[in-house]
Design a binder for this molecule. Structure first.
Ligand SMILES: [Zn+2]
Length: 244
């Protein structure tokens, strides 16, 4: 005979019938006071297949939910993919209103005001964004120095912004905007987006000529574009979510 699943029996003076409840911690059977144990056992045996399937379903759903929460934001003990490499994140909360981000040997250290409370995720995101706005321009300038002279492609201005739907843009006056999350992508991906926008200074479209120019700078651009298609959405969800 097949074994009964573990369950918790709760006797109730108010219960009129036997009831089976599926809870995150397991199966619970509610039985009226005085109902014989054998009746309870027969009931559990009869419904054990259904109960176990429901319990597995519930636990899988909860696990997914928890994982989703963990992936959505880097809580303490999490990590940040700096330049594409997962880097441990240490968050410290102190009195006062100080917000600081520093890159240390052990990982990325964030100091946040203890008072941030329920707004903590937003503070973490804003701190990372602010830090990346200071850190990224130097790396972008290096890409421009490397690629600009080849075809005389120079942006008028470079800005690091939060853009939830695009990785870069090039305005009519050749102002180039780049998504701050590119600081969390491999360097070759950042380089590709910079080159892409620089090439728009020459071609304001995605014509064959445009892609030929991109290829002249980066023969492997397809690989980098694919990286963004595969991982870009995840980066946005994880590090630049829309806060309520
Ligand atoms: Zn484009």
């Amino acid at each position: 005979m097949h074994r009964l699943p573990p369950y918790r029996l709760r006797r109730s003076a108010r219960a009129k019938y036997l009831r089976l409840l599926i809870r995150p911690e397991g199966i619970e059977v509610v039985a009226p006071d005085g109902l014989p144990e054998s009746t309870v056992l027969a009931f559990v045996r009869q419904h054990s297949g259904w109960a176990q399937a429901k319990l597995a379903e519930l636990q899988a759903r909860l696990a997914k939910l928890r994982q989703g929460q963990a992936e959505r934001f880097p809580a303490e003990g999490g990590s940040v993919p700096l330049e594409g490499r997962e880097t441990p994140l240490f968050i410290e909360e102190t009195g006062g209103s100080r917000i600081r981000v520093s890159l240390e040997d052990r990982g990325l250290r964030l100091i946040l005001p203890r008072a941030c409370g329920a707004e903590r995720d937003r503070y973490v995101r804003d701190a990372l964004f602010g830090w990346m706005k200071r850190r990224l321009p130097g790396r972008v300038a290096e890409c421009v120095q490397r690629h600009g002279p080849q075809h005389g492609l120079y942006p008028r201005q470079l800005r690091i912004k939060s853009m939830r739907t695009r990785w870069g843009s090039c305005g009519p006056a050749n102002d180039v905007n780049l998504n701050w999350l590119l600081g969390l992508a491999p360097p070759s991906v950042l380089e590709y987006v910079v080159v892409h926008e620089l090439c728009h200074i020459r071609h304001r479209n995605h014509s064959r000529d445009f892609w030929e120019l991109v290829s002249a700078h980066l023969p492997d651009w397809r690989q980098e574009r694919q990286w963004l298609k595969t991982h870009g959405g995840g980066l946005i969800q994880r590090f630049d979510p829309v806060f309520p």
